[in-house]
Design a protein around this ligand. Structure first.
Ligand code: SAM
Ligand code: DTB
Ligand code: SF4
Length: 342
């Protein structure tokens, strides 16, 4: 057992105090390689020291601007370069988005995340998204947006509109990034994250596993996330949804227990972050999801659809949480509204 691994359960620092470069890729790899029981014990210990037990955040996603994206992210069904059957659409109206957010709230979601298939929004797009943010905030929900690369003044405008979180994923290790997308760089992603942070918006930043990456790339991604200063408040861990027509459609799926390990290490490295068990839950099944919660995941995407691909339906998720004894205390189902936007 190594000293780094032993030290991790003592981590109690506030996110804002995370020193740069604290985690080496090697130390993270050692955590990923721990015996499964040891890793789960450590992750659960860190989790219980920082979070209430059984507190699973429900965040609903909506694709407010779908398809036709000029980037070539190899995993993404919304790139215009790939033939995936996703049709490009215009930005949704305030009324449509408000209806969807209200339905999500009625079904028990507390956070509403709006995704747009842009490389980078124009200033006039930001003005329109600001109205969407205000509508979501008006319902008393937390707002999140993921719109691509931002300039500093755009991040500030989103903050002024009331945006709580900005999602911008690093996706994988820097060394593997060029194999996945070559229309933008890792540094572009880091620059946007810095603008978001400087504007006072909370950062939602994670990645995808199951893209054919080597284990060291998973360690590299986790080290990058944990070494952001401060580390993100919210960390979505996606398992690749393999969409026919995308370059990564035939990737070897990740071993489910390795996926659980990634969640556990994210929890250990970033004790105060909401670790979100994100895309790919349909493929994981209930027992693996239960292990992910045990490993420290405390948030899910909730609702029948992610952006353009499927997600377990809300009824199934409520059943799962009930089955696990987590209850759905925040959930007041309004049956006729739930799923109306899916
Ligand atoms: N266009 C913006 C961007 O790329 O930053 C925002 C939308 S983009 C769809 C948001 C995130 O979804 C990506 O960064 C990626 O991590 C995730 N994602 C996209 N396609 C995925 C897939 N097939 N499986 C898992 N995650 C995926
Ligand atoms: C994140 O990390 N995962 C979400 C959200 N942030 C925007 C997106 C998942 C997309 C899955 C494939 C799709 O439906 O487009
Ligand atoms: Fe475009 Fe975002 Fe999809 Fe990349 S992940 S192709 S930037 S929508």
């Amino acid at each position: 057992m190594d000293a780094n691994a032993l030290s991790v359960i003592r981590v109690r620092r506030p996110a804002a105090a995370a020193p740069q470069g604290r985690w080496s890729v090697e130390a993270v790899q050692e955590l990923l390689d721990l015996p499964f029981d040891e890793l789960m014990f450590r992750a659960q210990t860190v989790h219980r020291a920082h979070w209430p037990a059984r507190d699973i955040e429900l965040a609903t996603l909506l694709s407010v601007k779908t398809g036709g994206c000029p980037e070539n992210c190899g995993y993404c069904p919304q790139s215009a370069e790939f033939d995936t059957g996703v049709k490009a659409q215009k930005l949704m109206s305030v009324e449509e988005v408000t209806r969807a957010a209200q339905a999500a709230k009625d079904a028990g979601a507390t956070r509403f995340c709006m995704g747009a298939a842009w490389r980078a929004p124009k200033d006039r797009d930001i003005e329109k998204v600001a109205e969407l943010i205000q509508a979501v905030k008006g319902l008393g929900m937390q707002s999140c947006a993921t719109l691509g690369m931002l300039e500093s003044h755009q991040a500030q405008a989103l903050r002024e509109a009331g945006l709580d979180y900005y999602n911008h994923n690093l996706d994988t290790a820097p060394e593997y990034y060029g194999d996945v997308v070559d229309t933008r760089s890792y540094q572009d992603r880091l620059d946007t994250l810095a603008h978001v942070r400087a504007a006072g918006i909370r950062v939602c930043c994670g990645g995808i596993v199951g893209m054919g990456e080597a284990p060291v790339h998973r360690a590299g991604l986790l080290a990058q996330l944990a070494n952001l200063d401060p580390y993100p408040e919210s960390v979505p861990i996606n398992s690749l949804v393999r969409v026919p027509g995308t370059p990564l459609a035939d990737s070897e799926p990740i071993d489910p227990l390795d996926f659980v390990r990634v969640i556990a290490v994210a929890r250990i490295l970033m004790p105060q972050a909401r670790v979100r068990l994100s895309a790919g839950r349909q493929q994981l099944g209930e027992p693996v999801q239960a292990l992910c919660f045990l490993a420290g995941a405390n948030s899910i995407f909730y609702g029948d659809k992610l952006l353009v691909t499927g997600n377990p339906d809300a009824d199934a998720d409520r059943r799962l949480l009930d089955k696990l004894g987590y209850g759905t205390r925040q959930v007041q189902v309004t049956q006729h509204e739930h799923g109306a936007h899916a």
